[in-house]
Design a protein around this ligand. Structure first.
Ligand code: F6R
Length: 257
C-alpha cells in the first residue's frame, strides 16, 4: 500500500495557513491520521483529543485500536471530547453517537470512562445540556481536533449559516444532512431532526485540527472549503484561518483541488 502523500500543498495567502495532503486511498489517509493522533498521545502527559463520528474516522479508530492491542499506544491519560450527538435518541440506540464511540473505539482501549466527554442529548433539558457541555469544554483545551466534513461543508453539526463565534448549541439539522445520514437508519423518518454540537468557536480553539475527507461525495465541499472565500455559508472555510490545520484527502475527495 502506498502511504506517502501523492501531493502536499500549503495555502499561505492573505493570512491563510492550511496544509493539504492527498493520499491514494482511504486506508492511507487513516494511517496518516493515526500517526498524527499517536504523536499527540505520546508527546503529552494529559493528551486532549476532540473526536468525530460518522464513516470517515472509522479507519482511524481501527488503527488506534490495533496500536493499543499491540502495546504501542496507551489511552490511560487521554481525555476526549466528542463533537456532537443527536437529540432525543436513547444513548443505547445503535445510531446514537454514544453507542458509536463505544463500539468503534472506547470499549476496545484502556481509556478511563471519567475522561470521556460527550454532549448529553436530553431533549427536555436543552439549555442545561448546552451549558454543561460548554462548562466541560472549558476545563481542558483540545490538543488535536479530528473533523469529518458534510456534503454541505458542515463541521460537527455546524450547518451552513452558523456564526463562526458560536459555542455549543442545539441545531436543527439540514435536510441534506438528514438525507445523507439516513443510510444509517431504517428510514429518513427515523433520523433525528435536532442535534447538539460543539460550536465553531470551540472547534477553532483546538491547538491543532485534522480534517479528513474521503470519497467523491466530499469533492465539492472540499473545493468550496479550499478554493472559495471564508464564509459562514461554507462552515469548513473558517479552517483556513486556523494556525495549525491539516486536511487529509483521498484522490476522490481531492478531485477539484
Ligand atoms: C460527526 C460529525 C459530522 C461528520 C460529517 C461527515 O461527529 O461531526 O460533521 O463528520 O457529517 O460524516 P461522514 O464521515 O459519515 O461522511
Amino acid at each position: 500500500m502506498k502511504t506517502t502523500a501523492i501531493s502536499v500543498n500549503h495555502l499561505r495567502k492573505y493570512g491563510e495557513n492550511m496544509k493539504i495532503e492527498t493520499y491514494e486511498n482511504d486506508e492511507a489517509v487513516s494511517k496518516r491520521a493515526a500517526e498524527l493522533v499517536e504523536a499527540i498521545i505520546t508527546n503529552h502527559q494529559q493528551p486532549v483529543l476532540g473526536l468525530a463520528t460518522g464513516s470517515t474516522p472509522l479507519g482511524l479508530y481501527q488503527r488506534l485500536i490495533e496500536k493499543y492491542q499491540a502495546n504501542q499506544l496507551s489511552f490511560e491519560n487521554v481525555i476526549t471530547y466528542n463533537l456532537d450527538e443527536y437529540l432525543g435518541l436513547a444513548k443505547t440506540h445503535p445510531e446514537s453517537y454514544h453507542a458509536y464511540m463505544d463500539k468503534n473505539l472506547f470499549s476496545h482501549v484502556n481509556i478511563n470512562p471519567k475522561n470521556i466527554h460527550m454532549p448529553d442529548n436530553d431533549a427536555n433539558r436543552k439549555q442545561e445540556i448546552v451549558d454543561d457541555y460548554n462548562q466541560a469544554l472549558a476545563k481542558h483545551p483540545i490538543d488535536l481536533q479530528i473533523l469529518g466534513i458534510g456534503e454541505n461543508a458542515h463541521i460537527g453539526f455546524n450547518e451552513p449559516g452558523t456564526p463562526f463565534d458560536q459555542k455549543t448549541f442545539i441545531v436543527e439539522l439540514d435536510e441534506q444532512t438528514r438525507q445523507s445520514n439516513a443510510r444509517f437508519f431504517d428510514s429518513i423518518d427515523e433520523v433525528p431532526s435536532e442535534a447538539i454540537t460543539m460550536g465553531i468557536k470551540q472547534i477553532m480553539a483546538a491547538k491543532q485540527i485534522v480534517l479528513i475527507a474521503t470519497g467523491d461525495n466530499k469533492a465539492e465541499a472540499i473545493k468550496k472549503t479550499i478554493k472559495g472565500p471564508v464564509t459562514e455559508d461554507v462552515p469548513a472555510s473558517i479552517l483556513k484561518t486556523h494556525p495549525n490545520c491539516i486536511i487529509l484527502l483521498d484522490k476522490a475527495a481531492a478531485k477539484y483541488v
